[in-house]
Design a protein around this ligand. Structure first.
Ligand code: ADP
Length: 331
């Protein structure tokens, strides 16, 4: 029986944070460990340049994502782990897909509108094309399953639409890709608003943050008086309780809720205990990461070998697509 193809990626805009880990990377690991799946995971550096970025640090930031991936448990013996720009077929396929995608459709995506709000002076063609490039990342491998956070659902829908249209117009055989959801598919921001994201200052805790940093980040999470008859469903308090549930379990969350309805919830204590729980949870990742930092040759080898394996597949899909679209293709 042939294996189900899995693809996913993370932009190289900063270190991996708890949102990336629980929303995506935990899913990557579950799937790589299951022999039914054939997995490809990338640091998607071409996506990074769709919003303002620093060309002096891009290469390093990209490598940091790969090292965080490996530290978190991605295993190059079981999955392809590499960098998107080393597989230029993605960009070429994205251009071909752009020929069947309307500008209006891309402009209406909520993710596009959010980015326009965040960076009004940087509304570029590359930004508009983000979902087309993501469709190319996914379909270059005829991917059926994408482990990703809830925020990616509109992009995966675009991928399905592109696949359908390509198949109708040109007789390609792109699959209808589905999202693989992890139990914590939406990790909220520490600012109390929106999702945890690398690109929102003060919103995240990184996988390798030290205890002092974790405490500092939690300290800035907004709270209330700690008492009342209903717990807010949104905002800082709701988010802190979500973190308690993830790191300390639902029983601990329930006991804090009882305090809230009773004598009052002491956020100072909650935050201190939660910081320790997060720090302990991440200990194995920190240790592995230190080992990897001492071994850059190994990391480079993983990236190089991963790119070779990925290119073999992506170049075959590209050639087939070009042929079906009517291009002159040499055998
Ligand atoms: P960021 O928004 O921090 O730049 P990316 O866009 O690179 O993150 O996303 C990488 C992966 O992590 C995607 O699968 C995305 O859905 C997931 N992810 C990012 N933030 C969160 C979050 N707060 N909760 C759940 N999943 C998330």
């Amino acid at each position: 029986m042939s294996k189900t193809r899995v693809f996913s990626g993370t932009r190289a805009t900063g270190r991996l944070h708890l949102g990336n880990y629980f929303g995506a990377v935990k899913g990557y690991i579950d799937l790589q460990n299951d022999p039914k799946y054939d997995c490809i995971y990338m640091a998607v550096d071409v996506h990074t340049i769709t919003t303002p970025y620093d060309h002096r640090t891009l290469a390093q930031a990209t490598k940091e994502i790969i090292m965080d991936y490996l530290a978190a448990g991605l295993d190059p013996e079981k999955a392809v782990v590499t960098i998107q720009s080393l597989v230029p077929e993605h960009v070429e396929l994205a251009f071909l897909f752009a020929s069947i995608v309307s500008v209006a459709k891309m402009q209406h995506l909520p993710t596009f509108k959010d980015k326009v709000k965040q960076h009004p002076d940087n509304v570029t063609m590359a930004l508009l094309n983000y979902p087309t490039l993501m469709a190319a990342d996914i379909l270059a491998y005829k991917t059926e399953l994408v482990p990703a956070g809830l925020d990616q659902e509109p992009h995966i829908e675009v991928t399905r639409e592109i696949a359908r249209r390509m198949n109708d117009l040109y007789g390609t055989d792109f699959p209808e890709t589905k999202r693989f959801a992890t139990p914590a598919q939406y990790v909220p921001s520490l600012t109390g608003e929106g999702k945890m994201s690398k690109s929102v200052e003060g919103s995240s805790i990184n996988l390798t943050d030290d205890l002092a940093t974790i405490k500092k980040r939690l300290a800035s999470c907004p709270t209330d008086s700690g008492k009342g008859s209903t717990i807010p469903e949104k905002g800082g308090v709701a988010n802190l309780l979500t973190f308690v549930e993830i790191f300390q379990g639902s029983e601990r969350k329930k006991s804090y809720e009882a305090d809230y309805f009773g004598n009052g919830l002491r956020y100072g204590d909650l935050k201190a205990e939660l910081a320790e729980a997060i720090f302990d949870h991440l200990a194995p990742i920190r240790e592995k990461r230190l080992e990897l930092e001492k071994n850059p040759d190994y990391v480079n080898k993983v990236i190089k070998e991963g790119a070779e394996k990925a290119r073999a597949i992506a170049s075959a899909t590209l050639a087939e697509t070009k042929r079906k679209m009517g291009f002159y293709v040499q055998n």
